[in-house]
Design a protein around this ligand. Structure first.
Ligand code: BGC
Length: 420
């Protein structure tokens, strides 16, 4: 039984329509998300304030845990109990799975009144539509293939900002010799796979990345380049703190911000921590494309999928959320805090910092060819079952310094096959 059938069976056992929460007269919107770090919480606050300004009640359902695995578990149990929230952060192909369960509501009225088809990147709109109807609203575009650098630490160590993998290892050696932790990293599966996917992009290029994570092509998954990627991952692990198990991504980001570590391989939500610490992009810190991935852009788009509700006032609040999410003031304030790009394509980018401006430029460039690729580690490329299989192989490999890269590539392909 695949993931969707399993969930469908469970949901059909529960009641068909969600019980709406006890609503205030003017309507309540409950939002399930996992934005709990300092920077993320500041971003959520901008949405809450707008909803409250519009006269509705915001019910916050924040489930801690970077990458969202814990939030997805909570969402599934709420759905099985027949009581999903009004809105939940759901991404990529997973939106289709929830759509197929018949639990999501159509947002066509709000979408056409507010011209979503014209405002959103045309190549990507199918992500938020189920059966031709919008069922989710995107809020941003995160780029995953970034490297975050503390320039003061680099200077002290005499390290050069890396543009290739060889230069990355050379910089890491310098940082290590100068007594710094070269690479800040938290040992959690989604973080391990965030590093892995950027390495795959670097070693295999965007087409190879697509073959591996979107087409799940066996030859690519087991080929020489994939083995080379695992070798590079093993080498990178040598520059990470051996006591990293379970460390949250924002704690790792803080190690770079405070000058304990020199670099972090992370998507641009990491920037939200620098912003929250009042650091300035381009001077206090640097963002560069992950070495060897210049010209490519792995996207991770946060979106709020909307569940069917029965209370008329709550539906009004839900529609307000959908509308507000793509309005310019929210797109500006939220993304300035979140570290991401506005998903709305007609924004004045001069209001954003150097990293986000670079991201916008690279997104436009990458969109012209094969460079624009969905993030595997952030639920944009495959089902959660396939992603889980990849996470297991990558983290087991990373946690065993003696693991064999050729064996890992074979395991990767076998695990993906078994999960489909
Ligand atoms: C989400 C981001 C979030 C990050 C860390 C990613 O999967 O898309 O919005 O900031 O996880 O929790």
């Amino acid at each position: 039984m695949n993931a969707i059938t399993r969930l469908a069976t469970a949901v059909s056992l529960a009641c068909a329509l969600p019980l709406s929460a006890v609503a205030a007269d003017n309507g309540t919107v409950e939002v399930l998300h996992w934005w709990t770090s300092g920077g993320e919480a500041a971003a959520v606050q901008t949405l809450k304030q707008q909803i409250e300004k519009d006269g509705f009640t915001w019910k916050d359902n924040a489930v801690a845990g970077g990458g969202g695995a814990a939030a997805m578990t909570v969402l599934k149990s709420r759905a099985v109990a027949g009581n999903p929230p009004a809105a939940a952060q759901i991404k990529g192909p997973d939106i289709q799975e929830w759509g197929a369960l018949g639990l999501l509501t159509e947002l066509d009225e709000v979408a056409s009144a507010n011209h979503w088809d014209q405002l959103l990147p045309a190549k990507l709109t199918p992500i938020w539509k189920y059966d031709g109807h919008y069922v989710a609203v995107p809020v941003n575009i995160h780029r995953v293939n970034w490297l975050w650098i503390n320039p003061q630490v680099f200077e002290k160590a005499g390290a050069k900002v890396p543009e290739t993998l060889d230069e990355l290892f050379a910089a890491a050696d310098k940082l290590k010799a100068a007594g710094f932790q070269p690479l800040a990293h938290g040992g959690q599966p989604w973080q391990d796979s965030t590093v892995f996917e950027s390495l795959v992009l670097s070693v295999l290029g965007p087409q190879g990345y697509h073959k591996a994570f979107v087409e799940l092509d066996e030859q690519t998954l087991t080929g020489a380049k994939m083995i080379e990627t695992f070798q590079a991952l093993q080498r990178l692990a040598g520059y990470m703190d051996p006591n990293r198990a379970g460390r949250d991504w924002n704690i790792a980001a803080a190690e770079v911000i405070t000058g304990k570590a020199g670099m972090q391989i992370m998507g641009d939500w990491a920037k939200s921590e620098w912003t929250a610490a009042h650091k300035v992009a381009g001077s206090d810190y640097q963002c560069v494309p992950f070495p060897g991935t210049q010209g490519s852009f792995t996207y991770n788009i946060d979106s709020l999928a909307m569940f069917k509700l029965s209370n008329a006032n709550d539906i009004k609040a839900q529609n307000d959320l959908a509308k507000v999410a793509l309005e310019k003031p929210f797109q500006t304030a939220f993304n300035q805090n979140k570290g991401s790009l506005p998903v709305r394509q007609d924004m004045d980018m001069s209001q954003f910092d150097a990293c986000t401006q670079r991201s916008a430029k690279d997104f436009a460039e990458a969109s012209k060819g094969d460079g624009l690729q969905p993030s595997m580690a952030h639920n944009m490329a495959s089902s959660l079952a396939v992603q889980g299989a990849i996470f297991d192989v990558v983290s087991n490999f990373l946690n065993d310094p003696k693991a064999d890269p050729a064996k890992a590539a074979k395991q990767l392909s076998a695990a993906i096959k078994a999960s489909r």
